[in-house]
Each structure stands twice: as C-alpha cells, then as structure tokens.
Design a protein around this ligand. Sequence first.
Ligand SMILES: Cc1cc2nc3c(=O)[nH]c(=O)nc-3n(C[C@H](O)[C@H](O)[C@H](O)COP(=O)(O)OP(=O)(O)OC[C@H]3O[C@@H](n4cnc5c(N)ncnc54)[C@H](O)[C@@H]3O)c2cc1C
Length: 173
Amino acid sequence: MSVYRSPAMSCRSRSLPEGHRISLAPLCLTCHSRGSVTLRSTNVRDFPIVRTNFLHDQDLANLANGLEVSRRICAAPSLARYLNCESLPGPRVGHDRKAIEDYVRSGAKTALHPTSTCAMGPEASAVVDLKLRVRGVEALRVVDGSVIPKVPRGNTTAPIIMIAEKAANMIQG
Ligand SMILES: Cc1cc2nc3c(=O)[nH]c(=O)nc-3n(C[C@H](O)[C@H](O)[C@H](O)COP(=O)(O)OP(=O)(O)OC[C@H]3O[C@@H](n4cnc5c(N)ncnc54)[C@H](O)[C@@H]3O)c2cc1C
C-alpha cells in the first residue's frame, strides 16, 4: 500500500510518476487474518486447498488508518510545501472512510510471509510437538515455516533457518 506524492507528476496519470517523489507504505505487521491449508481429498496427487482469507476487518482497518496517517503526514506544512500532487491513491480516492477501505481492498498486497499452517505447541491439538514431531505419526517431523506458532511480524527466512539448524541438532540427538 503506497501513497506517492510527486511535484513532477500529473495527478491524472495512473502510471508511476517520473522525477522526484516520495512514497509511504503502510504495512500491517500484526496480522489478524488467518488462512488455512487443508487436504482436498485422500489422493496425494491432489493439490491442497489453500485459503488465504486476507483482510480480516482489523487488518483492513489498520491499513486504512495507515493510509489516512500517510496522507496527514504528507499534508503537514513542513512536507506539503515540497509536494503538489498525490499520484497514489490519487484524487480519485476521496477522504471518506469507505473510499479508502475500497482502495485498500483493491490495492493491498501480501508480503509473502505466510507461516503457521502446522503450528508447533505443547498442547495435544498442536500438529507438531516441541521437537517438531507430527503427533500420531511415527518418525515424521515438519521443519519449515509452517511450524512457527504465530505469523511473525518480521521477515521469515532467518527464523526458518534457525528452526532448521535446531531441528538438525534435535535429530542428531
Ligand atoms: C517473492 C518472495 C519474496 C520473499 N522475500 C523475503 C525476504 O526478503 N526476506 C525474508 O526473510 N523472507 C522472504 N520471503 C519469505 C521466505 O522466502 C519464506 O517464508 C521461506 O522461504 C519459507 O521457507 P520454508 O522452508 O517454510 O518453505 P520453502 O522455502 O517454500 O521450502 C519448501 C520446500 O519444500 C519443497 N517441497 C514442496 N513440496 C514438496 C514435496 N511434496 N516433497 C518434497 N519437497 C517438497 C519445495 O520445493 C521447497 O524447496 C519471500 C517469499 C517470497 C515468495
């Protein structure tokens, strides 16, 4: 989600502006949206059903708030004097809440960090235990981002590498 303002850009254009510009990109780091990955059938060749379930009401509200705050920052006199035009979302998207939420719905993108479809935990309902062993299946561990208990606020690669190193140690005993 970006708010672009540019002194060198016609507000009527939908393309990215040329010349100097600034962008503010509100991010929803604490996501309330929860998707799922489930089996489609008992046939291992069938792809699973992946439901992303994006834009929980709270996430939508947080992103809309972020866009409003971005606009207020750009409108502050100390910054506004360097800017003369908002190119995204632009004047077509008004300042009423519904218009902003519609823009979020149509323009928000995922940061591509889904995790936790197979969360580890001490409780019997967790898919894997604290040693990443799948409950109810012998000699099977899950070692990837799916075991992270909750979608993290930060990037996923480093914690997943840590999980893999820890798992290697546990497997070696
Ligand atoms: C475009 C993009 C950009 C990203 N940028 C960043 C970034 O800048 N920084 C960051 O920290 N994170 C980033 N991420 C997120 C990060 O890459 C992922 O969260 C992370 O790679 C997930 O690791 P994983 O081990 O859980 O799964 P994966 O890396 O997806 O590994 C799963 C592996 O399992 C294999 N596999 C699948 N099915 C089978 C099967 N049936 N049998 C055997 N093998 C199988 C796959 O081939 C794959 O190698 C990005 C993700 C994307 C998509």
